[in-house]
Design a protein around this ligand. Structure first.
Ligand code: DC
Length: 219
């Protein structure tokens, strides 16, 4: 079984996905980290982030294992990730990685959960269960600021400009022509603005249980 989680930055996708992965024994992939890993390589290899061929050449060498890197967190790298995410050639390559991840599920795992922007619409349109996690912009900004201030590398960031960076990123991710951030027609929308982490996770888990029952999956 596949669970698709989409939504904008800071809505709580990651926290909810980790919770659901534990609860339902699922392999978890944060697909934003693939775009961030690509952004990091584009930066370190001093490649033009608007050059589709150069970016796609690097995308071909990205491995899922590269997401396990603390240096990928942060709004600076996220901004580059969002810019290169408009490149169709790069998306196609990263899409293959994500689908291969879904096919690689083996016991003791019972399925996979992926979070991103286009999981329910493009990567796994056949997913057993689709959730679109959102929150009001001011709440999402607040959460990202808190996260950033707690991180050791916070000094590398111009903290005051983070809200603006997130807004620009949301706008770019939503407005792009290919695989824009949008809920799949059959996704449930969960607004976490006024929910605690526990409440948001419980709400998501109840919905997943409902999907599993409806699809004949037994847990
Ligand atoms: O989820 P995140 O904030 O780590 O994602 C970073 C950027 O990567 C995001 O702004 C857009 C891009 N992205 C994407 O285009 N499609 C995905 N499935 C995941 C992320």
């Amino acid at each position: 079984m596949i669970i698709a989680i989409d939504g904008p930055a800071g809505a709580g996708k990651g926290t909810i996905s980790e919770y659901l992965a534990m609860k339902f024994d699922l392999m978890y992939l944060d697909t934003g980290l693939l775009y961030r890993a690509l952004a990091k390589r584009v930066m370190t290899e001093k490649v033009d982030p608007t050059d589709p061929i150069a970016v796609a050449n690097i995308a071909r060498t990205i491995r899922v294992e590269e997401v396990d890197d603390h240096a990928l967190r942060g709004e600076e790298i996220a901004a580059i990730a969002s810019q290169i995410a408009v490149i169709n050639e790069a998306r196609t390559i990263l899409n293959d990685l994500q689908r291969t991840f879904c096919r690689s599920v083996k016991p003791p795992y019972k399925g996979a959960i992926l979070d991103g922007r286009d999981i329910g619409t493009v990567i796994c349109p056949e997913a057993t269960c689709k959730l679109f996690i959102t929150a009001r912009p001011e709440i999402r900004n607040q959460r990202r600021l808190l996260e950033t201030q707690m991180r050791i590398d916070a000094s590398h960031e111009v903290v005051s400009s983070i809200s603006q960076k997130i807004a620009e990123r949301d706008q770019r991710d939503t407005a792009r022509k290919i695989a824009p951030l949008t809920p799949a027609p059959d996704a449930i929308i969960i607004d976490t603005s006024d929910l605690t982490i526990d409440e948001a996770c419980t709400k998501a888990a109840l919905y997943v249980e409902k999907c599993l029952l409806q699809s004949g999956n037994i847990y």
